[in-house]
Design a binder for this molecule. Sequence first.
Ligand SMILES: Nc1ncnc2c1ncn2[C@@H]1O[C@H](COP(=O)(O)OP(=O)(O)O)[C@@H](O)[C@H]1O
Ligand SMILES: [Mg+2]
Length: 362
Amino acid sequence: MIADFNAAHGAPGSSCSSGKGKNAAAGSVSLTNAIEVEHIVKKYGDFTAVDDVSFDVKEEEIFGLLGPNGAGKSTLIRMMTTLIPITAGTARIAGHDVQKDPEAVRRVIGVIPQALTSDLDLTLEENLNIYAKLYDVPARKRKQAIDELLELVDLTKWRHAQTKTLSGGMRRRLEIARGLVHSPRIFFLDEPTTGLDPVSRVAVWEMLSNIKKNRQLTILITTHYMDEADRLCDRIAIVDHGKLVALDTPAALKANVPGSNVIEAQFDNTPADWEQRLHSLSGVTSVQHVGACMYRILTSNGSRTTTELVEMAVQAGVPVKSLSVQNTTLDDVFVHYTGRQLRDELVKAYGFVMPPRPGLQP
Ligand SMILES: Nc1ncnc2c1ncn2[C@@H]1O[C@H](COP(=O)(O)OP(=O)(O)O)[C@@H](O)[C@H]1O
Ligand SMILES: [Mg+2]
């Protein structure tokens, strides 16, 4: 059973609301912004890593920065969390300007950097205790905070284990607990699931949703996983080459893409003009050639396009090897705004690899 953290810790400004859209409480006329970024720029010499980006994050929102490696996600987080200077523009965190009042910003934020940073030779409890002391959590509250956090991330029974014996997913969960030890109001997580296996990734998502249900917390998360952004985030900003290319709820982003269904079809021995012929089918808004005789077709009328596609293939003597029809996904949103597949970008880029787990090797 998870205790009510805010009640236990006397967090200020409790509004007793829960669930998405909680900011629109009856009678409230304006929404408070936890994060306000205006025309922010980061240059490294002549290279512009973040190029005139502006966005607001509402209180208690889960906001996703989605983009391929090198898009500028970590650079944005580092500027918002006072770790690197801003070249131009402003960022305000809980009303505090990161350049003018970095100390005030640091007091209200928790940050989970992209790389794992817990001390491997210490136990989980020791790692959490060090951070609690670093952040001046009063001694009488430390034990209770650590008890609750270990419970929250489902690591209570590992409390006295050395951190190096944990799997990558468990270490991520420990780091998330560590980032919350001083009850921050705004939590920044930089690619918390990169390098994790699919099961551990889902466990981290569930844990983050759980944390959101139990605390009044604004979360800014970066990811290059579309499914993660779709499932977790209230709103998503797509960043590419340092620029913000789209910002909305996952549903609205998908609705903006022309075509409501995606047909993936693989053929054999297609003629040279096959792509153009697919384009001419009813309802089709775009056709991508994604692999050997494999096509991804966006359409406003999935069933009609599919029927016509099969008829055309039969008439042309082109075998259909596989066929699937789905709703539009965030992958299609990314292609729509950038002209590229996010997964292609990831294959090209150097990926972060979870470090080995020295304690539990067979
Ligand atoms: N300290 C630095 N010096 C020079 N270039 C950098 C530095 N840090 C990041 N970059 C460059 O800025 C761009 C954005 O990087 P980053 O914010 O880490 O992207 P992401 O987190 O989206 O993968 C990349 O092209 C990266 O090589
Ligand atoms: Mg990064």
